[in-house]
Design a protein around this ligand. Structure first.
Ligand code: GLU
Length: 601
């Protein structure tokens, strides 16, 4: 007999696969059910979206590996989560290969066009930086997309299926449609004024001048055609062909509506991305960051993401303390302080061009010891704390000066996949803000990113150099932190999340919850979150405030925030089972699934 979960998954997948034909009567409900936790064998997928998870699982069921399934699921997220990710954006792909035992990464971060100057986000008329939304809803914010080449390169290096094959299920979903949920409608509603400025975006996402109704079927035939065009002709059609020409035209001449549906307080500025910028884009394959934490090997994303170094440095600081013997409140105090210290260093030192030597020092145990000595168990450090000096000469407790903080918005999505052979993918992809730069490329069905607003608009480090100012070809600093943790060289868990700069703290807190506080992964991921990024206040979910506000040492200021992140993860149990985990509540809840309930023999 087939396990019931497999039957359910197969029904769902048949629905997705058969989309386009009339839905068979038994295929209710049309959308796959969302489950936050699934335990079993043979492969696992976790994403924020039921359809994307079902597509990934189907690839695994048909014998594809984790990389194949990750690409198919990501392409589907480009359809069902288009305000967070898609071929108009970029991301970071982390891969554990069971054959070699190595963790490798792909940097598919967007790159600034060759014409970019350090002052692109400074208004020449006033000498002042543009307000965020003026910069975002413009051609200036668009980086050369890296997502499609990430998919191609991941498949070429480690996959077993072609890009064309892995785009097909997503094309079918785009064509047949999916049910609009509250998150999808809400993300359009929050962007209504910006989307309304552009004819292409209004046509797709504001039919009859409004977001589509919750429960309606949403179709994106233009995106289906774009995916099929790429499937037929390869990535060149994007990087050297007609899709790319349309991207460039959109950046150079934004498709502003003749009569915008709503008013917008800023001019819509064009920018100078060219076909040569697209043709010149390359993915990179940096070595992952590594930090050893209480016997686990934690692998993360190197620059231009600050995720790997910031999570790794904070873990190295925390390793100086016996969190297990502390109360949960004291452990959270140390977590918040370690995070603030790591953020001070990230802001001062980490950007696309940070010398390797500096990155190595930031992750050294000697440096962590110097930073850890600043933490006082009886009081929170006044924020912002100063960055340290990762120069290789450590000792003492250097005093504070002032540093900055600057936060980015939150969009983005994340997925985790493992296959029956033991390969693991942790992949975070984004178009930066929810809704990217607001411009759908006319007739192509996808939004462009606003990733270049992840650069600092003006210097933030006083007299010290700012590592994250714009520059030609440069990639803006990210916080994305797809993380794979090994123990004795074998996967222990993988985790990642969206959330702008809070990504770093959510991944860090989840690791502390799992490794130090003894929570199982589902609990570690669901637990209330707080994010201290070297600001005067710590953002905290209401349940975190309720649990810890009274017990934390003096000096912590908690600012309630509805929710932080939308993580996914997989833990690998010693008996061979996989525990796939998604959010039970945040962002409407995610979708975790496993291939089978019983081991195969
Ligand atoms: N653009 C952000 C980054 O790369 C991610 C935005 C988000 O997660 O919402 O760090």
């Amino acid at each position: 007999m087939r396990p019931p979960a497999l039957i359910a998954a197969t029904m769902v997948l048949t629905t997705v696969a058969a989309a386009g034909a009339a839905a068979p009567a038994w295929a209710e409900p049309a959308e796959p059910p969302k489950k936050p936790v699934a335990v079993g064998y043979g492969g696992a997928v976790s994403t924020v979206d039921g359809t994307a998870t079902a597509v990934g699982l189907d690839v695994l069921r048909r014998g594809g590996n984790a990389v194949d399934a990750a690409v198919a699921a990501a392409a589907t997220l480009g359809v069902t989560e288009p305000f967070s990710a898609g071929i108009g954006g970029g991301g970071f792909f982390v891969y554990y290969d069971t054959r070699t035992g190595r963790v490798q990464t792909i940097d598919g971060r967007e790159a600034a066009p060759a014409s970019t100057t350090e002052t692109i986000f400074v208004d020449p008329a006033t000498g002042q930086p543009y307000p965020f939304d003026e910069a975002r809803i413009s051609g200036l914010s668009v980086g050369v997309p890296g997502t499609l080449l990430t998919w191609r390169d991941a498949l070429d290096r480690w996959g077993t299926r072609s890009l064309a094959q892995m785009l097909r299920p997503a094309a079918r979903v785009a064509e047949a449609g999916f049910t609009v949920d509250e998150t999808f409608a809400g993300q359009i509603a929050e962007n209504q004024a910006a989307f309304g400025q552009f004819s292409s975006t209004s046509e797709l996402y504001l039919p009859r001048g409004r977001p589509p109704a919750v429960g309606a079927t949403f179709r994106n035939p233009d995106l289906a055609s774009t995916y099929r065009l790429i499937a037929g002709r390869g990535t060149d059609v994007f990087y050297r062909g007609e899709v790319g020409r349309d991207v460039v035209a959109t950046v150079q001449r934004p498709p502003v509506a003749e009569q915008p549906a709503a008013s917008w307080p800023y001019p819509i500025r064009p920018a100078g991305m060219t076909s040569a910028d697209l043709a010149g884009y390359r993915t990179r394959f940096p070595a992952p960051t590594r930090s050893d934490y209480r016997g686990f090997e934690v692998y993360g994303m190197a620059t231009p993401s600050s995720g790997g170094t910031a999570v790794g440095e904070a873990l190295n600081i925390l390793e100086r303390f016996d969190l297990r013997s502390m109360t949960a409140t004291q452990a959270m105090h140390h977590y918040l302080e370690a995070s603030a210290l790591a953020f001070a260093d990230r802001n001062r030192y980490v950007g696309d061009h940070t010398p390797r030597q500096v990155l190595r020092e930031l992750l050294s145990d000697g440096y962590a010891a110097e930073r850890a000595c600043r933490i006082d168990s009886a009081a929170a450090l006044p924020k912002p704390v100063a960055p340290g000096v990762p120069d290789g000469a450590y000792g003492g407790c250097p005093a504070a000066t002032v540093a900055d903080t600057r936060d980015d918005r939150t969009g983005t999505t994340n997925l985790t996949v493992a296959d029956r052979w033991g390969n693991v993918v942790e992949y975070t992809l984004t178009i930066e803000a929810t809704g990217g730069n607001g411009m759908v490329v006319p007739d192509r069905g996808f939004l462009l990113n606003n990733e270049l607003t992840d650069f600092n608009f003006t210097p933030t480090q006083g007299t010290a150099p700012d590592p994250n100012l714009p520059g030609p070809g440069k990639r803006p600093r990210s916080s994305m932190s797809p993380t794979i943790v090994l123990t004795d060289g074998r996967p222990f868990l993988a985790v990642g999340t969206p959330g702008g700069a809070t990504i770093i703290t959510t991944v860090l807190q989840t690791l502390v919850n799992r490794i130090d506080l003894g929570m199982a992964l589902p609990e570690a991921l669901a637990a209330p979150r707080a994010s201290q990024r070297n600001g005067a206040a710590t953002q905290a979910e209401p349940a975190f405030v309720a649990a810890y506000a009274d017990g934390l040492p003096p000096g912590h200021v908690l600012t309630p925030t509805t929710e932080l992140g939308a993580a996914t993860g997989i833990e690998f149990l010693r008996d061979g089972r996989m525990v796939a985990v998604a959010e039970p509540e945040r962002r409407g809840g995610g979708a975790a699934a496993v291939l089978g309930r019983w081991p195969r023999h």
